[in-house]
Ligand binder design. Structure first.
Ligand code: ADP
Ligand code: MG
Length: 911
């Protein structure tokens, strides 16, 4: 009872008088017999199989052939009761079998006429009923289609009589089940086909197994893909012969009776369903029809053997329904509610489904009951279905009869799509191939064994042949050997004979010769002599051989020594190479440094020159760095180049390395190094680092040790720069710097050297704490000594030193830290001070003017000032000095000193 799509392409609902088209004549046509125009192509019996269907495992892949449900009406003869009770009444129906019409009487005058596929009167034999109703379906089943034969009608109208009579007492009375099985068994063979049966009862929506009653409430399983239903829980019994089938039916009937007794019901309330499964193999037949094409189009035996056999699995379902009156009377006859519902449920659901199918309704309520689910294939499905509607003649049951007839009418409109249930039997193919494989393996085994035996035989034969040949060969070899031995001995013998003959002949000749010539004594003496000689020769040879051996031994000894020596040489050579390599590298490094130093010193000289040109009036010049940058911001730009380079060098090379170069063996390196250090020392920022790294000590060492004046000059310049800082001044003094500077001053010729030394001392003179030490260690004397060169730059530095010293001393005296005459005066500086008090060069003049003022401020110095002419100078300053501040200072000094005032007054100098 599948829904919609392929239903009812057949007759439209007939009116009561509508005739069915001739094609719908009851004898169920073979699918191929009368194809309808609208139908899909009818498959030939065992027709060709579409590959797609084959791959899906279904051999019959067609959509099916329309096949309407066939309906026959069977009228039961009046029974005894009816014969009596209804004796005065006519039957409620009149059959016109030749017209296939049934007239249902309404009353004495009116009747309604219905057409059916077949009308079976009360005289119709069981045989005829079978042939008309069931035989076409059975034949269809045997051909591979599903088939259904169903009886519908009021209880007691002969459904069971029609379907289930066993006919044991009278074979003519055999019903459809028995006759169907007879035909099935006659057409099938146990070798290729199998027939099995299940027998079920559906009661109150529960399926019971009539063959094994314990099997209760069997589940219906639906294939979700195909919608096919199956009952795996139902017992299926294989049928070999009619007898066993009859027994099975009897057993089923007995169980049905027992079950109904137990359930307190009767057979009319339950539906009985007999299913006959027929499975047929199409052996031999299919090869021609269902060929699997091989690749080259020809079918080989091998290809054939891989072809799965075709199997047709069809079933015949015989349904003996519960009495149709139950639908209407269930409420009125005192059934239990459950039972009534159940009876109603399945039968009324069947009625509804058939109505829906008949009317082409889009929804068919198949799932409403178990019966409709079981009969899904029978109505609206793929089965060929034949319905026998049983009616009774009694006018008393006219109502039931009428509704039964209407059911039959509607069922006639149900169109099925009959389909061949054919598929490939892969299981049997598999079994066949397994057997084939076993056979092939056995054959293979046998052949392999044969081959092995053959190989063994050939090997043995070969071995024996080889042995034979070897034997023959050895024999021949031995023969040959013996022959050659014999030949050899023969030839030796012949040679001996020849030799003997020769000896004899020689002897005879000799004897005759001796007899003729020499006496035998002389000849024996000769022999002795020759022997002696031979002996000597032997001895000589032996001693020579010994010498040779000794020499050889010595040679090998020397060779060994030589080898050792040459390996040593190779090693030394390698070391030499690596040394040379390293030396080369160092030389390169030195060259780089040297060039950097040269460049720097060049730049330094350049800068120095430019400073000389621009700053000739300043105290310290000629070495740009001698004057700290901070104090000469105007020099910054011009000096940036070398400064930057030096700073770079400082970074790259490192101070330690530069300082270490001060002690270089190489004179040039030392010169350049000291210049670099001097340049670095010009930067205030570097000064502490240089001192910390021992630069000051190194510079002082240079003053002490260097023969070279340039080095000394530059070192002194560097020291002068370092000496601008108080801490460094003390360090210089502590390390004997003043002595070294004095020594340098004494030896130097170059005014620039003197200028640097004087500058350094001048800086030291500015430190109050060092005054005494400076004087004691000869610093002032050294300063004064340097004036000998007369160079204004030197004189300026000397004047600056004296001024510094005088200023500090004056401050110390004022604070009471110093008593006594000025150390300057003690060291004999005053005459030079007085002499240069009015020097042309203003830097010199200024420093001296200041020094004079400072000296005069203290009474202890007054006497010397007066005696050395300092007073006159002071008076001049107080009158003529171009700088007002100094002029005023000189004036104040003169006024404040009592001694000087007295002297001035004594000299009548107005002040
Ligand atoms: P149902 O199965 O429909 O309830 P049954 O097959 O049990 O009816 O029949 C009821 C009675 O009528 C039985 O005694 C049966 O032998 C008898 N009967 C039914 N049909 C015929 C027939 N065609 N000829 C003779 N007797 C019949
Ligand atoms: Mg019955």
């Amino acid at each position: 009872m599948a829904s919609g799509s392929y239903r009812n392409g057949g007759p439209k609902p007939t009116s009561k008088l509508d005739r069915l088209p001739p094609s719908t004549a009851y004898s169920t046509p073979k699918p191929s017999a009368k194809p309808r125009p609208s139908a899909a192509p009818v498959p030939r019996r065992g027709g060709s199989v579409a590959p797609a269907a084959a791959s899906a495992g279904k051999a019959g892949g067609d959509a099916g052939v329309p096949g309407r449900v066939r309906v026959a009406v069977r009228l039961r003869p009046r029974n005894a009761e009816e014969t009596i009770a209804d004796a005065d009444f006519a039957d409620c129906v009149e059959l016109q079998p030749e017209l296939k019409r049934l007239k249902l009487r309404k009353n004495n005058w009116e009747s309604e006429t219905y057409e059916f596929d077949e009308l079976l009167t009360e005289f119709a034999s069981q045989k005829r009923v079978y042939e008309v109703v069931a035989k076409p379906v059975v034949e269809s089943v045997l051909e591979g289609y599903n088939g259904t034969v169903m009886a519908y009608g009021q209880t007691g109208t002969g459904k069971t009589y029609t379907l289930g009579r066993l006919g044991e007492e009278d074979t003519a009375a055999r019903g459809i089940m028995v006759r169907a099985m007879e035909d099935i068994l006659a057409d099938t063979s146990p070798e290729t086909d199998s027939v099995s049966v299940s027998y079920l009862q559906l009661y109150m929506e529960s399926i019971q197994d009539l063959l094994v009653p314990a099997n209760d409430n069997i589940a219906i399983i639906e294939d979700p893909k195909t919608g096919d239903v199956s009952l795996p829980g139902a017992t299926s019994v294989e049928i070999r012969d009619q007898k066993s089938f009859m027994e099975l039916l009897r057993l089923g009937e007995a169980h049905r009776f027992a079950a109904n007794t137990k359930l307190n019901t009767e057979s009319s309330r339950s539906h009985a369903i007999l299913t006959v499964h027929v499975k047929r193999s199409l052996k031999g037949k299919h090869d021609a029809d269902h060929g699997f094409p091989s690749e080259n189009g020809t079918s080989s035996t091998l290809v054939k053997s891989f072809r799965p056999p075709i199997v047709r699995k069809s079933k015949l379902v015989v349904v003996d329904l519960a009495g149709s009156e139950r639908i209407d009377k269930s409420g009125s006859e005192g059934h239990t509610l459950e039972e009534a519902k159940s009876i109603n449920l399945s039968l009324s659901a069947l009625g509804k489904c058939i109505n829906a199918l008949a009317e082409n309704s889009p929804h068919v309520p198949v799932r409403d009951s178990k019966l409709t689910r079981l009969l899904r294939d029978s109505f609206g499905g793929s089965a060929r279905t034949s319905l026998v509607v049983t009616i009774g003649p009694s006018p008393r049951h006219r109502g039931e009869t009428a509704s039964t007839i209407m059911f039959g009418q509607r069922a006639m409109k149900v169109e099925n799509m009959v389909k061949l249930k054919e598929e490939f039997d892969y299981k049997s193919l598999c079994r066949r191939l397994d057997i084939e494989l076993d056979k092939l393996m056995a054959e293979n085994e046998r052949q392999r064994k044969g081959f092995e035996d053959e190989i063994e035989r050939i090997r043995t034969e070969a071995d024996s042949r080889v042995a034979e040949v070897e034997k023959g060969y050895n024999y021949t070899l031995e023969n040959e050997r013996l022959k050659y031995q014999q030949d050899n001995m023969d030839s030796i013998k012949k040679l001996e004979e020849k030799w003997m003959a020769n000896v004899n002949r020689a002897r005879v000749e000799h004897q005759s010769a001796c007899l003729e010539k020499a006496p035998t004594t002389s000849s024996s003496a000769d022999i002795v002599e020759v022997r002696q000689l031979l002996q000597n020769e032997k001895l000589l040879r032996q001693s020579t051989e010994e010498v040779v051996v000794n020499l050889k031994r010595e040679i090998s000894h020397w060779k060994r020594l030589e080898a050792a020596g040459s390996s040593e040489i190779v090693k030394l050579r390698k070391m030499l190479d690596s040394e040379a390599n390293q030396k080369h590298k160092l030389e390169e490094e030195i060259a780089i440094l040297r060039s950097q130093l040269l460049q720097l010193s060049f730049q330094a000289d350049e800068t120095s020159r430019s400073l000389d040109r621009g700053e000739s009036g300043k105290a310290l010049t000629g070495f740009d760095s001698l004057v700290p940058q901070a104090r000469h911001p105007q020099l910054r730009d011009s000096a940036n180049g070398p400064k930057a380079s030096i700073a770079k060098l400082f970074e790259q090379v490192g101070l330690q390395k530069i300082l270490s170069l001060l002690e270089s063996e190489d004179h040039d390196v030392r010169v350049h190094a000291v210049k670099v250090v001097a340049n670095l020392a010009a930067e205030e920022a570097n000064q502490d680092k240089i001192v910390e790294a021992g630069g000051l000590t190194s510079l002082l060492m240079l003053l002490r040790n260097s023969e070279d004046e340039t080095i000394r000059r530059v070192a002194a310049g560097a020291i002068a720069n370092l000496a601008m800082n108080e801490t460094n001044q003390e360090l210089i003094m502590a390390q004997g710097g003043i002595v070294l500077l004095s020594m340098t001053a004494a030896d130097a010729e170059d005014p620039q050297t003197l200028r640097m030394v004087a500058g350094a001392i001048a800086n030291l003179c500015g430190n109050e704490k060092l005054q005494t030490k400076l004087s004691v260690e000869g610093g002032i004397k050294a300063l004064l000594g340097m004036v000998r060169c007369g160079h204004p730059d030197v004189l300026a530095q000397v004047a600056r030193g004296i001024a510094n010293f005088a200023k500090c001393e004056s401050r110390a005296s004022t604070q009471g830290n110093k008593v006594g005459v000025s150390l300057l005066i003690e060291d004999g500086a005053l005459p030079w001070i007085v002499k240069n008090g009015n020097h042309d060069a203003s830097p010199i003049r200024r420093h001296i003017e200041l020094a004079l003022c400072h000296l005069a401020q203290h009474e202890v110095n007054a006497k010397d000032m007066i005696s050395e002419g300092g007073l006159w100078e002071l008076v001049r300053i107080s009158r003529d000095c171009s700088r007002e501040d100094i002029r005023m200072l000189a004036h104040r000094t003169l006024i404040s000193s009592a001694t000087l005032q007295t002297e001035l007054r004594r000299l009548h100098i107005e002040f």
